[in-house]
Design a protein around this ligand. Structure first.
Ligand SMILES: Cc1cc2nc3c(=O)[nH]c(=O)nc-3n(C[C@H](O)[C@H](O)[C@H](O)COP(=O)(O)OP(=O)(O)OC[C@H]3O[C@@H](n4cnc5c(N)ncnc54)[C@H](O)[C@@H]3O)c2cc1C
Length: 340
């Protein structure tokens, strides 16, 4: 019997595995997709995420990010990170770096999809592995969460995300967030000749039709060759009631997710991973719910607040003008998010 079986080898699963191994626990990961794994993502790591990766010995190559820029047709506001740069990094690069570190730590990865498990007095069995704990890190639409009857109710205002890359030299070292009437487009420099463009919003629609809401951005991208397939995700919001079901524990998107609007998903997943590994190493799995809340609270509040403002017809069109008029407040909020 091992200590921890982790279902899902994304950032949350691999970071939890590395931290557990570093704490002396025996750990195995189940991840069906052959690496390096890609995913719909804005690919902007906030400074806190970069620091958390460095803590576990993971330093992926990417483009340093100096801050966040909000834009609408008449306004522009820049907020610079105060405590070191963030990083624009392709998901495949991030996955390869995490997987290499996990391999260095001697963590086995089973190429299997896990959709169920059986409980027994000592813990759980899944994919033929007996473990004291099963950690579900299987993403936004977690099969393990479903198996535990912890499916969240459908989101009241569902939002979706789509992303694609373009072969073009980045024109900024800030993540640009273009605010449209009812969607946002994120531009993240990820290499010297590559930017990622993620579009978030309520309507399902196709990528090109959503991009049409951002004429200035479309002009920037004119002539740039698409450099990846379009990938999507959603509905984004997953209000999960709790983080544990006996010896099954949830981390990352599987443990609950609000929105990609503030670009902190990976940073928060890494913070939750650290909290979970600490609880398991100390033999106090029961403390995880509280630790998870501590790790996620600030990001949850900031994202919920911004989403709420986004939905108010009067406020939505004033977000970028307010950020431009109140640069210190905007910088403070961006840095609160980046350090969360
Ligand atoms: C459009 C969009 C833009 C975003 N932009 C940003 C951003 O700029 N910055 C940021 O920090 N975050 C961003 N996020 C959020 C970020 O992508 C997620 O929070 C992050 O990927 C969560 O990591 P995870 O490991 O929990 O889940 P995932 O990355 O989804 O990994 C889950 C893993 O589990 C595996 N898996 C799934 N089912 C099973 C199963 N049954 N058995 C075994 N394995 C399984 C999958 O193959 C996958 O490898 C964005 C999200 C979206 C949708």
């Amino acid at each position: 019997m091992i200590d921890v079986l982790i279902v899902g080898g994304g950032p949350a699963g691999l970071a939890t595995a590395i931290r557990c191994a570093q704490a002396g626990l025996s750990v195995t990961v189940a991840e069906p997709r052959a690496g390096p794994v890609d995913k719909a993502c804005g690919e902007g790591l906030m400074p806190a995420a970069v620091a958390r990766l460095a803590e576990i010995g993971v330093r992926p190559a990417g483009r340093p990010l100096r801050g966040i820029r909000y834009l609408d047709p008449g306004h522009r506001a820049d907020a610079l990170f105060r405590h070191g740069p963030g990083l624009g990094v392709r998901r495949t690069t991030l996955h390869a770096a995490l997987a290499a570190r996990a391999a260095q730590c001697g963590i086995p990865v089973l190429p299997v999809r896990v959709t169920g498990f059986t409980r027994h007095s000592g813990g759980v069995t899944a994919a033929g592995v007996e473990a004291r704990y099963l950690v579900a890190a299987d993403g936004l639409h977690s099969a393990i969460r479903r198996a535990c009857a912890l499916e969240p109710p459908p989101a009241r205002y569902p939002r979706f995300g789509l992303r694609r890359h373009y072969r073009v030299a980045p024109w900024s070292d800030l993540v640009e967030v273009h605010w449209g009437p009812d969607s946002e487009a994120y531009v993240t420099p990820v290499a010297d000749d590559l930017v990622g463009v993620a579009v978030l919003g309520g309507a399902r629609g196709g990528y090109q039709s959503r991009l049409a809401a951002f004429p200035a951005l479309r002009e920037r991208l004119a002539g740039a060759a698409p450099a990846s397939d379009i990938r999507g995700a959603g509905p984004l919001r997953q209000d999960v009631a709790r983080r544990a079901a006996g010896s099954v524990l949830f981390v990352g998107d599987a443990s609950g997710y609000l929105d990609a609007l503030t670009g902190e998903g990976i940073g928060v997943a890494l913070a939750q991973a650290a909290a979970l590994a600490d609880c398991l190493a100390a033999g106090r799995a029961g403390d995880y719910e509280r630790a998870w809340r501590r790790a996620s609270r600030r990001s949850w509040l900031l994202t919920a607040g911004l989403l709420w403002a986004r939905r108010q017809p009067v406020l939505a069109s004033r977000i970028v003008p307010a950020a431009q008029r109140l640069p210190r407040l905007f910088t403070r909020i961006v840095n609160l998010a980046g350090e969360a």
